[in-house]
Design a protein around this ligand. Structure first.
Ligand SMILES: [Mg+2]
Length: 244
C-alpha cells in the first residue's frame, strides 16, 4: 500500500522540513498599536501652539529614526525619543514632573498584555509538527524574550534570534549559524523593510503578511524576488497552513 502523501489534500503545500523564520511584532502579536496610542497621548499632552499634531508626528518620526540609529530599537529608545522631541519643540525647560509624565507614555507600553493576532497559536502548533520554526525579531533582547515567554508561544520555536538590525548581512549570518539552506528557508513577516526585502537579498524566499498599523519606519516598497526565489503575500497568519 502506498504511503499516504501528506500533500495530497494540500496541493499548494511545500514538503515538510522547511525552515520558517518568523517575525514577532505585528506578525505574531500586536505591538505598534500601543506605540500609536502612546504617541497620541504624547501629542495631546504637548498641545503645541504652533505645530499641528501632524507636524509634531513628523518631527517625532525623524527623532525616532535618529535615536534607533544611535541606540537601537526598544522602549528605552522610544522613551528617549519622546523626551528629545519635547525638548526640541518647546522652549520651556523639562521639569522632573514633565519628565515623569513623558516617560509614563512609554511605560504604558511595557504594561501591555500580549495580544496574539488571530489564530496564531493554533497555526504555529500545526506548522511546528512539519517544519523548523525560528523566531527572528529585532530590538532589545530582554524585552523581546520577555514578550515571547509571556506569549506562551516559545515551545513552538527551536531557536530565537533577536537581531540589532534586520539587514541582509544579519540574515546571512543567521543562516550560517542555523545551517539554513536558502532553497528551503522562508522569512515571514509584516515589514517590507526588515523582513521581506533583506531576506530576499540574503537569498531566501519570503512571505509578506501586511498589518494595517505597521510602524512608518518599516514602510518600503516590496521588491520583486530574484529569479528562483518566491514571494507570497498572505492576508492572515493562518493562511500559512495552506502552503506549509
Ligand atoms: Mg514586525
Amino acid at each position: 500500500m502506498p504511503s499516504l502523501n501528506h500533500t495530497a489534500n494540500h496541493p499548494f503545500r511545500h514538503p515538510a522540513n522547511q525552515t520558517l523564520l518568523i517575525d514577532a511584532d505585528d506578525t505574531l502579536w500586536e505591538n505598534n498599536i500601543y506605540f500609536e496610542r502612546a504617541i497620541t497621548s504624547f501629542i495631546s499632552y504637548l498641545d503645541h501652539r504652533v505645530h499641528t499634531p501632524e507636524e509634531v508626528r513628523g518631527h517625532l518620526n525623524r527623532v525616532e529614526h535618529a535615536t534607533v540609529v544611535a541606540h537601537g530599537y526598544g522602549l528605552h529608545s522610544f522613551r528617549r525619543s519622546l523626551v528629545t522631541c519635547f525638548e526640541q519643540l518647546t522652549d520651556i525647560p523639562i521639569t522632573a514632573e514633565k519628565h515623569r509624565r513623558i516617560e509614563s507614555f512609554a511605560e504604558s507600553i511595557a504594561d501591555q498584555e500580549i495580544e496574539l493576532l488571530p489564530n496564531v497559536a493554533t497555526t504555529l502548533a500545526d506548522l511546528a509538527t512539519r517544519h523548523r520554526l525560528i523566531m527572528v525579531t529585532k530590538g532589545d533582547p530582554d524585552e523581546q524574550t520577555d514578550k515571547l515567554q509571556r506569549s506562551g508561544l516559545a515551545p513552538h520555536f527551536t531557536a530565537v534570534e533577536v537581531l540589532r538590525e534586520k539587514h541582509h548581512g544579519a540574515y546571512r549570518t543567521l543562516a550560517d549559524h542555523h545551517q539554513c539552506e536558502a532553497c528551503t528557508t522562508w522569512m515571514i513577516g509584516n515589514s517590507p523593510r526588515s523582513d521581506i526585502n533583506p531576506a530576499l537579498a540574503a537569498g531566501f524566499h519570503a512571505i509578506f503578511i501586511p498589518h494595517d498599523f505597521t510602524w512608518v519606519l518599516e514602510h518600503e516598497v516590496v521588491n520583486q524576488p530574484p529569479s528562483g526565489q518566491q514571494l507570497l503575500e498572505l492576508a492572515a497568519f493562518a493562511d500559512l497552513t495552506r502552503y506549509f
